[in-house]
Design a protein around this ligand. Structure first.
Ligand SMILES: [Zn+2]
Length: 203
């Protein structure tokens, strides 16, 4: 149990969350999934999510289709690591990983992931299906993950720039410390949610 309480924002609405896996499949978009928190391959080394699922606010999901269409002529698709995240998981990260606070959301404010309006993703090669190399790994909590980091190879920097430019062209904004993280425009209008994935599916 957490010692924090979820922000109560009575003026805000819950976002309409949709199953991004089903949605992208229905639209035959070049979007693949590697849900890191459903495995031990994440900064905690623990399985955090009981299922590998990705839920996202409807308009943001629609915008991702446009992003993947723009990337297609370049030979790339999107690989999603995380989308909607229940609030108690944000609280768990904050309580148990105090050294990583620069890269974690304060549960008293909640994360944009808790609002269903943020997504973590990278690029993959449409021909080979392999993930594209970026200046850092996902959730590598150091300066290599910062947008200001210039120490990557020419190709890594160019790939990060392509991802940034294409996402920003479709209503997303960037995070200065995490090249993989994007918020969708209007996230301020949606409240912090704590629904489990299975509860979302049932609703
Ligand atoms: Zn994120």
């Amino acid at each position: 149990m957490t010692t924090y309480t979820r922000p109560h924002e009575s003026k805000l609405m819950p976002a309409q969350l949709i199953d991004l896996m089903t949605f992208s499949h229905e639209h035959t978009a070049n979007i693949t999934f590697d849900i890191k928190y459903a495995s031990t391959d994440n900064f905690t080394g623990q399985v955090i999510y009981p299922q590998a699922r990705a839920f996202l606010m409807h308009d943001a999901a629609q915008a991702l289709l446009a992003v993947s269409a723009d990337l297609h002529p370049h030979g790339f698709g999107l690989r999603v690591f995380d989308a909607y995240r229940p609030w108690h998981i944000t609280a768990y990260f904050w309580e148990h990983f105090p050294n990583d606070h620069l890269y974690l959301a304060d549960p008293r404010e909640g994360s944009r992931h808790n609002r269903g309006c943020a997504i973590d993703l990278s690029l993959y090669d449409l021909k080979t299906g392999t993930e594209i190399e970026m200046p850092s790994a996902y959730d590598e909590f150091n300066e290599k993950s910062h947008l200001s980091y210039t120490g990557g190879t020419e190709s890594q920097n160019a790939m990060r720039a392509l991802l940034q430019t294409t996402m920003l062209a479709h209503g997303f904004s960037a995070h200065p410390h995490e090249w993989w993280h994007f918020d969708y425009a209007g996230w301020q209008n949606y409240c912090v949610l704590d629904d489990e994935f299975l509860a979302l599916e049932a609703s």
